[in-house]
Design a protein around this ligand. Structure first.
Ligand code: ADP
Ligand code: MN
Ligand code: MN
Ligand code: MN
Length: 352
């Protein structure tokens, strides 16, 4: 005899995802039954893992605790037999938990209704570390530095489109706010955009979108490189971070944007510090990048740290684009720094 409660049980398949101690991501799947009529964050129990195998603790006290902080539909497992979710988790009390550093800054600046839209670029590599399908397409003698790859169409030009498209479809199925995709200047280089969303949501979603991409690439023997400059002589990748507050989006917003840019100019090195690893190799001042050492800004200027897009100049309000973050940046940290510098009332920004 089944008890009445059993009739209400649903099977949940939850893929828990977290940030490890080596700037990477880890996951494991938990299958459990739930009595919740509606699945909320609280439906996902705390879980633990062996931190000594993820670069996060020592074997003697290896257990670390995963606490769910965000979830969405899982577009990857597709068993069709359970309610399936991807669950972003924080590692409780661990130095790698950058979400907890963003949280208080987010709360303190919530009234300014800040939005972030992040353009995530990446380059697909093969198992030897070369550009994906390079051997195949080099037979045609194409110049890797030519202008034929950006927003391209055609065999040997738009390389690994099935990966980029499958990723886009999965992000949509997951319910993530993906804004679009395009191929980029380097062969097998692509971009997708997440946002605009608040600082917490954009960060959760960007991490999960990266996770989905990495897992899809497994099927194609492709390796996703989030390195800012995998090849010295080819265009690198970035994670341009578009940012606005309510007052920037309203009439007269351009003045607020300029004042935010001034604040950012005073904190260049603090920002660069958390904008991703190996970013110096990318920010050379060439290939549409700014200089690593110096802050600059400009209207429509793709060689500046901060660009004010053409539509924003025309409208007199909108958002700014911080072009400095690297593709391997941690959005929890990038969003924290931008909010802290531009939105905290008690900001200690020095004099004019
Ligand atoms: P680019 O011209 O630099 O390639 P994209 O179209 O790739 O620009 O990306 C622009 C990003 O800016 C998108 O992620 C979009 O969501 C975001 N965005 C648009 N409006 C705003 C806004 N008001 N505040 C923050 N982000 C915004
Ligand atoms: Mn873009
Ligand atoms: Mn781009
Ligand atoms: Mn951009």
């Amino acid at each position: 005899m089944e008890s009445p409660a059993n009739n209400n049980e649903i099977q949940v398949l939850a893929e828990y995802v977290w940030l490890d101690g080596n700037d990477g991501m880890r996951s494991k799947i938990k299958i459990f039954t739930s009595l919740d009529a509606t699945i909320t964050l609280a439906s996902f129990p705390l879980w633990n893992f062996d931190g000594s195998s993820t670069g996060q603790s020592h074997t003697k006290s290896s257990d670390l605790v995963l606490r769910p902080i965000y979830f969405c539909i899982n577009p990857l497992t597709r068993s069709g037999l359970s309610r399936e979710y991807l669950v972003m988790c924080e590692v409780v009390g661990h130095p790698t938990n950058t979400y907890q550093n963003l949280l208080p800054i987010y709360e303190a600046t919530k009234n300014q209704d800040a939005w972030f839209g992040i353009e995530q670029e990446y380059i697909l590599l093969d198992l030897q570390g070369k550009l994906y399908n390079d051997e195949k397409f080099n037979r045609y003698g194409r110049d890797l530095k030519s202008n034929e790859y950006y927003c391209s169409v055609g065999t040997g030009r738009a390389i690994a489109r099935p990966i980029a498209l499958e990723h886009m479809r999965c992000c949509l199925i997951a319910g993530l706010t993906i804004g679009g995709i395009n191929s980029e200047v380097t062969p097998a280089q692509w971009e997708f955009q997440i946002g605009p969303l608040d600082a917490l949501t954009v960060s959760h979603q960007l991490w999960l979108a990266r996770y989905i991409l990495i897992q899809i690439a497994e099927k194609y023997d492709a390796v996703v490189s989030f390195h800012p400059k995998p090849f010295k002589f080819l265009n690198g990748s970035g994670a341009h971070t578009n940012f606005s507050t309510k007052s920037m989006r309203e009439t007269g917003g351009l003045a607020v944007i300029k004042s935010a840019i001034h604040k950012l100019s005073l904190r260049h090195s603090d920002h660069i510090e958390v904008y991703g690893n190996n970013n110096r190799q990318r920010l050379t001042g060439t290939n549409e990048t700014s200089n690593y050492e110096t802050f600059s800004y400009g209207n429509c200027d793709r060689t500046s740290s901060i660009r004010i897009p053409v539509n924003v100049v025309a409208d007199g309000c909108g958002y700014l684009e911080d072009r400095r973050p690297a593709p391997n940046c941690d959005p929890y940290q990038v969003c924290r720094m931008i909010l802290k510098t531009t939105c905290l009332d008690n900001f200690d920004g020095g004099d004019e």
